[in-house]
Design a protein around this ligand. Structure first.
Ligand SMILES: [Zn+2]
Ligand SMILES: [Zn+2]
Length: 304
């Protein structure tokens, strides 16, 4: 049992509310991103003590199968998702499974820690799976002012990249510029990106509205890391020529493992959490209004 220090709102909540998550049990408590303090430890649980600060993965793996043992617990057949099969974290206290817990080092703030499972750690995992970042490599981030994008810039920078941030909002460009080396404003960004340099990794946090330009932005041998899907009802028709003739690798995914979480926590002192607002549980709808309005930079947090 943990006391929730911070939880976070996510676009996934909105997709869940629209019925895109078929594994959800009803009723279920929403919220899949959390940092908390352990209050009580279940019988037979070892390795965790009351008073310790922890984050939880987005899901609880069984901890015993071949995927779990090899450190790829995201692929566990019997994993259960928080706010899907298991109650989530929009609460004062939450019950969590020990298989999903990762300890938070003292020097990492609650704000930085709560971003790890679904934002910074998820991005870190994607970069790792796409082959890592070479020093000085040119990385382009779409949706750069969003809750994922503004932190994707920082994770890529912390790993040694030069970063181009793409936003559709002129008014948000100065904030993106604070973190990125270059900023492009607009929906057609590939031509301008090519003028800046050879982009060999695109972190696309938007989805169908940007994937075409993302692919066009890439130089040969590049990788597209697809982590955004703002409108799952939209299909995208992939022209294979883009990926075949340019040796493109597409990596797509949605969550972090414990290894990713631990490595990201170590990196987290180099990442400044960008928080659009922190709301209380009874004002959570105001947080969702802010999320839907697009009129914000960074993540919306919940402090119970
Ligand atoms: Zn999330
Ligand atoms: Zn497993």
């Amino acid at each position: 049992m943990i006391r929730v220090n911070r939880a976070a709102l996510c676009y996934r909540d909105l997709l869940q509310l629209q019925g895109y998550y078929p594994r959800m049990k009803y009723p279920v408590i929403l919220g899949h991103e959390v940092v908390g303090t352990i209050e009580e430890v279940g019988e037979g649980v070892t390795g965790f003590e009351p008073g310790e600060r922890v984050i939880s993965l987005l899901y609880a793996p069984d901890g015993t199968c071949e995927y779990c043992i090899s450190g790829e617990e995201a692929y566990c057949h019997s994993r259960q998702g928080y706010s899907e099969e298991l109650d989530g974290f929009f609460a004062e206290k939450a019950r969590v499974k020990v298989t999903s817990l990762v300890k938070v080092p003292k020097e990492v703030s609650d704000e930085a820690a709560v971003l790890v499972p679904c934002v910074t750690g998820m991005i870190y995992r994607g970069i790792r799976r796409s082959g890592g970042i070479r020093p000085g490599e040119m990385v382009l981030v779409t949706g750069a002012s969003g809750g994922v994008g503004i932190h994707a810039i920082q994770v890529a920078k912390a790993l040694g990249a030069k970063v181009i941030g793409v936003t559709t909002s002129e008014s948000k460009a100065p904030i993106v510029k604070k973190y990125a080396d270059y900023v492009i404003v607009g929906r057609k960004f590939s031509e301008e990106a090519k003028k800046i340099g050879d982009v060999t990794l695109v972190i696309d946090t938007v989805g169908t509205p940007t994937i075409e330009e993302s692919l066009k932005s890439l130089w040969m041998g590049g990788r597209l890391l697809q982590i955004g899907n703002v409108d799952p009802s939209q299909a995208y028709q992939l022209r294979l020529g883009y990926v075949i003739l340019k040796d493109i690798k597409i990596v797509a995914h949605a969550s972090a493992t414990k290894r990713d979480a631990l490595e990201t926590l170590k990196l987290s002192t180099k990442i400044e959490p960008v928080i659009a607002a922190t709301v209380s549980l009874d004002r959570i709808n105001e947080g969702y209004e802010l999320l839907k309005s697009g009129n914000k930079v960074g993540k919306v947090l919940v402090k119970p």
